[in-house]
Design a binder for this molecule. Sequence first.
Ligand code: MG
Length: 362
Amino acid sequence: MKIVDVKTYSAVYPVKQPFSNAMRTTRERAFGIVEITTDSGITGWGEGATLPARRAIDTHVIGRSPFDNEVIWEALHYQGTDTAAISAIDIALWDIMGKALNQPICNLLGGAFRTRVQAYATGLFRRNVPDHTAALVAEARGYADQGFKAMKMKVGFGPDYDIKNVAAVRRAIGEDILFAVDANCGYDRGSAIAVGQRLAENNLLWFEEPISADDVEGYIEIRRALKMRISGAEQLRGRWAFRRMIQEGALDIIQPDICVCGGFTEYRKIAAMASANHVRVIPHMFGTAIRLAATLHLLAAAPDSPRAHEPFPALLEYDMSENALRTQLAKESITHTDGVVAVPQGPGLGIEINRDVLKQYS
Ligand SMILES: [Mg+2]
């Protein structure tokens, strides 16, 4: 089987009600999507935070076998292609390999430890509303009413906002729901420690990206100072970026994003390095239906660590923000029931792309 064509799409979904994290206000969601066609008629789909250049595709992808995923990865990397763009190609190759073998990708990754994954609701952004606290409490209660047993809120807006609103949401949802916070790199080391000490009073699951994504020494300092799990690394690209973070014990939890870190091929290497160093892996997910399906296969194929009677759950980040490319790009939408999501069982990614939706937003 040979790759005969690679199409790239820049997909943009305009957000109707903008929302903010500590660093930016989101008015549109932009994604790179690739479609790889083979001479056997099998087509694979991938997503990346960026897209590869035409010349890189023509030189290193066209004419190769889709089973050459490692060879293609290394060739694109050494040619200088951004790792996020390699992710898009790599995910599409795994989609093709699964379809060619008539197996879901999780079976190619070593088999499914689970067919359903507990999700946590990612939302609770800052919105342009008169009463932030009332809006956050209502939104959090809504997620609990939908059956979510875990959720994550955005912080990093300064001590006043963070301390008041995290406490209000924790009171509203009670103690039985897993509750994480995410500062999206909005603090420096000192502020992260000062605010984190107050936030830790709310029994938090983790404190995500308190500081700059690659500040290894800073994360080590914060992790020693705070009595809660510290997570991060959703922006890191490739195994070398993760190496010091993992080996120096800078994070309790790494959160690689399959569309940023280098696709399935690179994620496996990062996850193996984390496992050898007793660092937990909970993937980041904030994208289209392609990224959602790919992330579910990663979570299906991830062993519990440790293998306890009541293991720390393999958690899917379930983005609750408005995005038609997540909810409509796959013909059969990937939804949750009582906060639990089923892993697609069809071959490859297990989704069928709705070309009308892709065309509408490309
Ligand atoms: Mg995050």
